[in-house]
Design a protein around this ligand. Structure first.
Ligand code: FAD
Ligand code: 2HG
Ligand code: ZN
Length: 556
């Protein structure tokens, strides 16, 4: 078939490398059809934090956190007030539901809140916060509870506020300003993706937790995900939002304009502030048109340097049509292979055959140690570009092996491998997660140094959004262990800081890294952040102990 000419040749060339491949990579061109990740809900949760006389200690945090004594304890009168305001349905005290809401996705962070509130509209959010502020009741805004830094669950007894019942799509303008979606903050990302798909558009944001996370949570974490390379961060695509401040004031910044330079653009304060400045209640977001077709390739490279060069080549040759360039290393691949079903018929073996009848059964994806992924939009002309690019990459030795998806099922199964990693790590035991931005040329040095630093006590697994310079460094051990943690921290933060990286590329600081912010931000910058926090939330009731060091906020 003419269409697969280059793929056949790719296979032919790559078969020379099949046995000795050290690293693998994936190239993808695929945007809206990968599988729904329903497993991103709650898991049976082990109990990993404990109380000491000094306060609460988290194995993954390495700091002891004290309850702020200025915060009130919830009383029966408070419950009565909330029932009058929200009705019985909006006031959740059921033990099972509270257990789930108190525990984060990883089962690492656990609070002891006695109350979960579910407002139905902005006015109710406003009334809740006004009341909590007057009573000095601390609150934690919660979305889909898929955050990975302990930001979405209470530390002690904070009231949990979840806007999940606020899930209406308010408008979608595909005529006047093409692609502006306005919705309530509780909309599940996956539902927005489906809605837009029917309209011929896509969300500029996609991530493995899409089945559970809410757009309000995405905005509040400034989530990055799998499409940032092409569509940029939410600071670019969020056109406006509505947020409620700690004292109940509703800030209407729900613009839908592409351009608006009237004064300070305050919405940006709420994008990525992790619920520490206000509760996001509505969002307007610019969505791009759906791509006419998508292609995905899963490629193998001999080493990290080749992967890095491949990315640079891809950016140069495929430019704006490249949608994603993801990678995983050999330890990540063997982990996901051992815990995730990687079928056989879905990986292209039957479809991609070269002229001599050789097929991909001789290049079993499960045996490939390191994967990179990237995607780009295409009509047939683009497919030709991709094939030409792959062929050139094979001939120049950057790509050692690989496969192009032949249909949506194969593309889905490629994504399934990449998106299955966080869950595979959870299943493997205790995991220390680091989400770092690093200069590309240094990125894998850290992984290798970490392996030396830790020795055989734990497995160092690396993957991430290579196209965005974002490494997900995961250290997997049979159980949480202070000795392991002492080998990781502060080493990982110091290394990142020394190389002018960021200790939080996309997950935020949450509880895990609130006290570590100085590794990535200057003292003066952190001080201004603390001033903004104090201005907008003088009693500090919004998501306490998170984002900024508590020591700074308690100062006058
Ligand atoms: P939650 O986890 O509930 O909350 C996260 C933070 O936002 C908390 O601090 C919370 O207080 C605050 N918050 C939530 N809702 C609101 C609101 N309405 N107003 C104010 N504050 C609020 N992240 C990425 O960036 N890229 C990825 O590729 C990615 N992949 C993931 C894959 C998996 C399998 C999992 C489990 C997580 C992944 N994440 C990723 C992390 C997480 O999913 C994102 O941070 C997501 O945006 C969180 O949304 P959520 O609704 O679950 O928010
Ligand atoms: C991803 O890219 C998420 O899959 C999770 O951001 C990263 O598991 C992680 O460390
Ligand atoms: Zn990520």
């Amino acid at each position: 078939m003419e269409k697969w000419r280059a793929a056949d040749r790719l296979l032919k060339f790559s078969s020379r490398f099949a046995s000795g491949t050290k690293l693998t990579c994936t190239i993808i061109n695929y945007d809206h059809t990968h599988p729904l990740v329903s497993e991103c809900c709650f898991f049976p949760i082990p109990f990993y934090c404990c109380k000491s006389k000094q306060g609460k200690y988290f194995y993954s945090v390495a700091t002891t956190v004290h309850r702020n004594p200025l915060f009130s304890i919830i009383s029966p009168d408070d419950i009565s007030y909330f029932k009058t305001l929200l009705g019985e349905r909006g006031v959740v005290q059921d033990a099972l539901a509270l257990d789930a809401a108190n525990t984060d996705w990883m089962g690492k962070y656990r609070g002891s809140s006695k109350l979960l509130l579910q407002p139905k509209n902005t006015e109710e959010v406003s009334q809740i916060l006004k009341y909590c502020n007057s009573r000095c009741l601390a609150v934690v805004p919660q979305g889909g509870n898929t955050g990975l830094v302990g930001g979405s669950v209470p530390v002690f007894d904070e009231v949990i506020i979840n806007v999940g019942l606020m899930r209406n799509i308010l408008s979608f303008d595909k005529v006047i300003v093409s692609g502006v979606l306005v919705c309530e903050a509780g909309c599940i990302l996956e539902n927005l993706i489906s809605f837009l798909d029917d309209e011929g558009f896509i969300m500029p944001l996609d991530l493995g937790a899409k089945g559970s996370c809410q757009i309000g949570g995405n905005v509040s974490t400034n989530a990055g995900g799998l499409r940032l390379l092409r569509y940029g961060s939410l600071h670019g695509s969020v056109l406006g939002l509505e947020a409620v401040l700690a004292n109940g004031t509703v800030l209407d910044m729900l613009g839908t304009l592409r351009k608006d330079n009237t004064g300070y653009d305050l919405k940006h304060l709420f994008i990525g502030s992790e619920g520490s400045l206000g509760i996001v209640t509505k969002v307007s977001i610019l969505t791009p048109p759906k791509l006419s077709s998508v292609n995905i390739a899963f490629l193998a490279c001999e080493d990290y340097t080749s992967c890095q060069k491949l990315l640079l080549e891809a950016k140069k040759k495929l430019g704006g049509i490249l949608s994603a360039f993801e990678f995983l290393d050999s330890d990540a691949m063997s982990l996901v292979s051992s815990t995730t079903f990687l079928g056989t018929e879905n990986h292209g073996q039957e479809v991609i055959k070269d002229k001599h009848g050789q097929d991909f059964t001789s290049i079993d994806l499960r045996a490939l140690p390191l994967e990179f992924w990237y995607s780009y939009a295409s009509g047939s002309i683009f497919m030709e570009n991709l094939e030409a690019f792959l062929l050139h990459s094979v001939e120049s030795g950057l790509v050692a092996n690989g496969v192009l998806a032949q249909d949506i099922n194969q593309a889905s199964s490629f994504w399934h491998i990449r998106e299955g990693l966080p869950e595979a790590l959870m299943k493997a035991g205790a995991v220390y997660k680091y989400d770092l931005s690093l200069p590309l040329e240094k990125m894998y040095d850290l992984v290798e140094e970490m392996r030396v630093q830790i020795g055989p006590a734990a497995k160092v697994v690396a993957y991430g959004h290579l196209g965005d310079g974002n490494l997900h460094l995961n250290i997997s051990a049979p159980a949480y262990d202070d000795n392991i943690l002492a080998k990781i921290e502060p080493f990982v933060y110091e290394w990142t800081s020394k190389n002018r990286g960021s200790i939080s590329a996309e997950h935020g600081l949450g509880l895990m890294k609130a006290a570590k912010i100085h590794y990535s931000k200057s003292p003066e910058t952190v001080q201004v952040m603390a001033s903004i926090k104090k201005l907008l939330d003088p009693n500090g009731i919004l998501n306490p102990y998170k984002v900024l060091p508590s020591s700074l906020l308690s100062q006058n």
